[in-house]
Ligand binder design. Structure first.
Ligand code: PLP
Length: 342
């Protein structure tokens, strides 16, 4: 703040430039440019606009159960009718196919498709890990149709799944990638969409002000740079993988002891989901866990699933405490539901 107390579009912003440069060195190959904004939804809006501008086509193919945010374009890409119906008509040109099904994707993509937008793992959809090869197949389908691939890494990015970006699990490079959430290190709101030189040229080549926003927080850029420093210095993606395996193993033990309540435990790194047979188990267990001092997440597009997404710095002993608290909370929930759920 001492160095640059005023944020304005008229001054060069060194912090912004440093962050853009840093992200370009970390991101999947070809993602060279960043546009900064405030939230995940805003990043998705930008990526969707970029795809239409770069291809001159209207269509966007998304997936059922997807969550991309709640502004009009991002909501149009999202997959749960409950969050959409009140706001219709939404943006035209969006279609949805089952997630993880490459054949369905191939059938939906055509010469009118600007982009396919995918989460590398669906977060709000219920921590759905696609079959191996799905992202690679999506890349091929887009290439053959002349469409762009947008990977939404708002939830999976920045170490959460055990790699800096979840796209790395398949070595896939998208044309556009969105980031937010962890980018601000949990203390500032900042989002970004990244793109290739080709996309950037088509989007901004003739008119650099065609897409703009006033990011007023200089601190957000510094917070993002500090976040990337810590992620790298403390090898947090690697740590998420190791600690995530321990947490998943503990959750699976609880599943084995409570098969009537828990259907599945799944995920990657520290993006873990527990699927219950009935959503009431989830709601009651989340409440009971809070009393044990453990905060877990409800899942917007799949209420039968609760998510464990702890900070990547969670300690071994905290993992143990979470597993014990989960078992205790679930036992309380089962007692409350006994005789009610059959
Ligand atoms: N994309 C994904 C994959 C998300 O998980 C979310 C939020 O949960 C968003 C976009 C929207 O981000 P925001 O809530 O910052 O608008």
């Amino acid at each position: 703040l001492d160095r640059m107390p005023l944020s304005t579009r008229t001054f060069f912003n060194q912090h912004q430039a440093e962050l853009a440069e840093r992200l370009a060195t970390l991101a999947p190959k070809g993602l060279q440019y960043s546009f900064f904004c405030h939230s995940g939804a805003e990043a998705v809006e930008g990526a969707l606009k970029a795809a239409r501008a770069a291809t001159g086509r209207p269509g966007i193919v998304s997936t059922e159960g997807a969550f991309h945010g709640k502004t009009m374009g991002a909501l149009s890409a999202s997959g749960r009718p409950k969050y959409k119906q009140q706001f219709e008509p939404l943006v035209p040109g969006f279609t949805h196919v089952p997630y993880g099904d490459a054949a369905a994707l191939e059938a939906a993509v055509n010469s009118e498709t600007a982009a396919v937008i995918l989460e590398p793992i669906q977060g709000e959809g219920g921590v759905i890990v696609p079959p191996d090869g799905y992202l690679t197949a999506a890349r091929g389908i887009c290439d053959r149709a002349g469409a762009l691939l947008i990977l939404d890494e708002v939830q999976t990015g920045l170490g959460r799944t055990g790699r800096m970006f979840a796209a790395e699990w398949e070595g896939v490079s998208p044309d556009l990638m969105t980031l937010a959430k962890a980018l601000g290190g949990g203390v500032e709101s900042i989002g970004a969409f990244m793109g290739t030189a080709e996309v950037w040229e088509k989007l901004f080549g003739e008119n650099p002000t065609v897409h703009t926003t006033t990011v007023s927080s200089i601190l957000a850029y510094r917070a993002a740079l500090a976040t990337l420093d810590v992620l790298e210095e403390e090898r947090l993606p690697q740590r998420a993988l190791e600690v995530g395996e321990r947490l998943a193993a503990g959750l699976r033990q609880v599943r084995d002891a409570h098969p009537n309540a828990i259907k599945d435990v799944r995920g990657r790194g520290l993006l873990l989901g527990v699927e219950f047979h009935h959503e009431d188990y989830g709601l009651l267990t989340i409440g009971a866990l809070a009393k044990h001092g453990v905060i877990v997440a409800y899942t917007l597009n799949n209420p039968k699933v609760m998510r464990f997404e702890p900070p990547l710095i969670i300690s071994e002993s905290q993992v143990g405490a979470v597993i014990s608290a989960f078992e205790a909370a679930l036992t309380e929930a089962e007692a409350m539901l006994s005789g009610i759920l059959v």
